[in-house]
Design a protein around this ligand. Structure first.
Ligand code: PMP
Length: 361
């Protein structure tokens, strides 16, 4: 294959071509060091500059104040499912969660290992097709937790639920970090596996309010304490240097595109193109998410029969439109259109979907 395809996989996902080309350029000889980034010591000045740049880019792009620490961790977002309760639990206080899908449920399951969990709102009654409107966290909670974007169902929070002033809001933004402008100050902690919107697999971004680091109970293992990593600026042990370097390149590219507000405009346009095809298809394409909860990142839909879905995915593949199969838990089709997916890629997909409908309805 000499030509790049349009990659709609949910993650790991498409990356910006300029970032990949820069990595290719640097692969054998980074910045005249005579070494690949993969060969650099994590204590070298060359790597340190990459590390600092990556964190500074997160700070700039998301307007993160000095009150917060930026950490690069390992183990994926799934590791934060248990590190969040490990680090933020308070004896005798419930941990409060909103259940908006498979990833919320996995987070809830882990939290239950550490204490009482209350699910304060859920959209399970309607196959997780919406974001609950009414969410009330209690004054007494140790922390509140939401999943910012539900990768499998294609729903997303567009406003930040309010928490009582003493209750930090924690958000899993694995599939929508930096897809739109948010106010970081409304959150106690934000975490995201990098492999969808900001880089390759292998590293997890955590943005955490510094005062919360003091909560971490003494008996938590060293590597599982956020405070361990904060004290050493994510260099307590060997970090995933290459993944962090790739995140730096991807974030550099995002900055050059005009940052998060510019990409939000593009993301809204891309999502609209696809939702318009669904809405004007006279029911041939049936969106899973309710319109006011529709994700900018993962567009989920069904065709009239499972056979047509298989055929559509196959024909799409032949046209260079890859990764359109829905998650096994809900089936159907899913187009993941993260920051690195171009408008051109989405237009190619919408043209294909319109043609497919013409032929098969
Ligand atoms: N949260 C969300 C919203 C996800 O989409 C995913 C992965 N698809 C995860 C958590 C798990 O991430 P990881 O594979 O990095 O553990």
């Amino acid at each position: 294959m000499t030509k790049r395809v349009y990659n709609f996989y949910a993650g790991p996902a498409t990356l910006p071509l300029p970032a990949l080309e820069q990595a290719q350029h640097d692969l054998l000889n980074y910045n005249n060091s005579g070494m690949s980034v993969m060969e650099l010591s994590h204590r070298s000045k060359e790597y340190d500059a990459i590390h600092q740049d990556a964190s500074n880019l997160v700070r700039t792009l998301m307007k993160v104040s000095d009150e917060y620490q930026i950490l690069w961790l390992q183990g994926g977002a799934s590791t934060q499912f248990f590190m969040v309760p490990q680090n933020l639990q308070i004896k005798g206080k419930p941990m409060e969660y909103v259940n908006t899908g498979v990833w919320s449920k996995k987070a809830i399951k882990e939290a239950k290992l550490y204490g009482d969990v209350t699910v304060v709102a859920s959209s399970e009654d309607k196959s997780f097709s919406y974001i609950p409107n009414y969410i009330a966290f209690s004054d007494n909670a140790a922390f509140a937790h939401i999943t910012g974007n539900n990768t499998i169902y294609g729903t997303e929070f567009f406003s930040t639920p309010k928490t009582p002033s003493e209750v930090p809001l924690v958000c899993d933004m694995s599939s929508n970090i930096m897809d739109k402008v948010i106010d970081v100050k409304k959150y106690g902690a934000i975490y995201a596996g990098a492999q969808k919107n900001i880089g390759p697999a292998g590293v997890t971004l955590l943005i955490v309010r510094k005062d919360l680091l003091e909560r971490v109970p003494e008996n938590v293992p060293t590597m599982q304490k956020w405070s361990t990593h904060a004290a050493k600026d994510s260099l307590f042990n060997t970090p995933p240097c290459w993944s962090i370097y790739m995140c730096k390149l991807c974030l550099d590219h995002l900055k050059k595109q005009g940052g998060v507000s510019a990409i939000e405009t593009i993301n809204r346009k891309k999502a609209q193109l696809l939702y318009d095809v669904i809405d004007s298809s006279n029911g041939f394409y049936k969106g899973h998410a309710q319109p006011d909860s529709r994700s900018l990142m993962n567009v989920t839909f069904n065709l009239p029969t499972p056979e047509l879905e298989v055929q559509c995915i196959e024909e799409g593949k032949q046209r260079g439109l890859i990764g359109l199969k829905g998650h096994r838990s809900i089936g159907g089709m899913r187009a993941s259109i993260y920051n690195a997916m171009t408008v051109e890629g989405v237009k190619t997909l919408t043209e294909f979907l319109e043609e497919f409908q013409e032929k098969h309805q």
